[in-house]
Design a protein around this ligand. Structure first.
Ligand SMILES: Cc1cc2nc3c(=O)[nH]c(=O)nc-3n(C[C@H](O)[C@H](O)[C@H](O)COP(=O)(O)OP(=O)(O)OC[C@H]3O[C@@H](n4cnc5c(N)ncnc54)[C@H](O)[C@@H]3O)c2cc1C
Length: 442
């Protein structure tokens, strides 16, 4: 029989969800001596997509005390990203080190079930009381102010837990976003993905072994990620507009194979590999919350916003939002202020950073070529690399947009902003979804 977990009394902060955002925010608050309880509905290790880290995660991972653990892990080291165009032309690799000769320029390709467990255990080592198999059913309010959560234990029993601040890190489930209808779907980034895992497929050697490859399909409708993992596995997935990938097509397996046929550079790399899992699929509409916080509550990670996976920015954004929220909460405790304004004071600057990554994503989908751009503006190669590593929270990198626009064909205009998207009240038919296969899940 499943039993209930014993909880200690009166935490300062309750965190909903034990993914990278939840682990980050809770660790950083606990480091300052506050009591944090985290509730995760699953039992870890559990499967999650999102395997490629980008270098700017380094600074948060350092604060969390995770760097040595990652250095000692078997995760593949990643030094670069490379793009292959629809015609099969390869850009030169964007080596992060060449742009920033610092150890932060080496990052990792992680298996998320292992990485997320490491992060959660690290949180526990910093004093976070983390409970797995405990679902948060609702957030409790007194008037406008969040005052705690209602949890459901593994044995089905329910309990209220009160706290000064509630952090929603529930990922794409978006507990509070759904409750308050805060989610605005991106008008442009309506994508889906199908992926699987291969053993013994092509791997580069030396510092290129762990490179992420982004390979466009010949009809330019979609692109593949090619992410080398440890134990000779490679994660290979196709992303394309949702309607193109899923409407009027056959099984996920057949669609995947058809797209591999459209991408000779992927087909060739897989030719000696053996597929070791079934097919995973997701519909992945990008979205953002209209509000990052309220009195006594704040959103972090995918629970606040999700951006198309093209540049592997999801974990970085989970870590950075977790960090910014933690700093605002700790400062709020010191000031005796847990108002919406205090808890969400970082939201505007954070969104500006996400907008930069979003623009680079949209430009790619609208025909931007990294190779052509760097050939025309070699002095901006470093700035493009800054964006690719996730150095997003500075207007220094905005120097790339005007030259990019100068390469537009006649009549083309810059991509529209995320806030021209579907208003929450008319978006009932949209939802993100994940389809997991039976059998092995890394
Ligand atoms: C196809 C695809 C490819 C991607 N590729 C990359 C990549 O290469 N690199 C990258 O950095 N990112 C990538 N991402 C994005 C990445 O997966 C996410 O951005 C990241 O996992 C967000 O972390 P999080 O902590 O916010 O949410 P999650 O990691 O989803 O964690 C949320 C947690 O909350 C728990 N939870 C939910 N509801 C409740 C509840 N009511 N009570 C208790 N617990 C709850 C869930 O079980 C989950 O463990 C990709 C995403 C997709 C869809």
């Amino acid at each position: 029989m499943k039993s209930s977990t014993h909880l200690s009394n009166n935490p300062d902060v309750v965190v909903i969800g034990g993914g990278p955002a939840g682990s980050t925010v809770s660790t950083l608050i606990a480091q300052q001596g506050y009591r944090v309880q985290l509730f995760e509905r699953e039992r870890f290790p559990r499967f999650h997509i999102g395997e490629s880290l980008i270098p700017e995660t380094y600074w948060v991972l350092k604060r969390l005390g995770m760097l040595d653990k990652l250095r000692e892990s078997h995760f593949v080291k990643k030094y670069s990203v490379q793009f292959v165009s629809a015609s099969g032309k390869q850009s030169a690799p964007f080596y992060f080190w060449d742009n920033k000769p610092h150890e932060c320029s080496q990052t990792w390709q992680v298996v998320r079930s292992e990485f997320d467990l490491m992060m959660l255990n690290n949180a526990r080592e910093h004093g976070v009381e983390a409970h797995e198999g405990v679902r948060v059913r609702d957030v409790l309010f007194e008037g406008q102010r969040a005052v705690g959560v209602k949890i459901q234990q593994a044995d089905g029993s329910e309990q209220e837990v009160r706290a000064r601040v509630v952090v929603d890190a529930s990922g794409q489930s978006g507990l509070l976003q759904n409750k308050f209808k805060l989610r605005v779907w991106d008008p442009v980034l309506n994508k889906g993905g199908i992926w699987t895992y291969w053993q013994g497929a092509y791997r580069d050697t030396g510092r290129d072994e762990g490179a992420t490859l982004v390979l466009q399909t010949a009809n330019r409708q979609g692109w593949f990620w090619y992410i080398p993992l440890h134990d000779d596995r490679v994660s290979v997935g196709v992303v394309a507009p949702f309607d193109y990938l899923f409407k009027g097509r056959d099984s996920h397996e057949q669609t995947y194979n058809e797209e591999v046929e459209r991408c000779p550079a992927v087909k060739e790399r897989l030719s000696h590999g053996k597929r070791v899992t079934g097919y995973f699929a997701t519909r992945d509409y990008s979205y953002r919350g209209t509000q990052v916080s309220g009195d006594g509550w704040v959103l972090v990670g995918d629970a606040f916003g999700f951006l198309d996976p093209l540049y592997s920015s999801g974990v970085l954004l989970a870590l950075r939002s977790g960090e910014m929220a933690a700093d605002a909460i700790v400062e709020g405790f010191q000031l005796g202020d847990v108002s919406a304004a205090q808890l969400g004071k970082w939201g505007t600057g954070f969104n500006q950073g996400v907008d930069r990554m979003r623009r680079l994503v949209c430009e790619y989908y609208e025909g931007f070529s990294f190779g052509q751009f760097v050939r025309a503006y070699p002095h901006l190669s470093g700035t493009i690399t800054d964006l690719l590593i996730g150095d997003l929270f500075t207007d220094r990198v905005d120097s790339v947009w005007q030259p990019m626009e100068s390469q537009y064909p006649e009549g083309k205009t810059p991509p529209s902003g995320w806030d021209s998207g579907t208003p929450p009240e008319v978006a009932d038919n949209k939802r993100n979804e994940l389809v997991l296969p039976e059998g092995l899940r890394p």
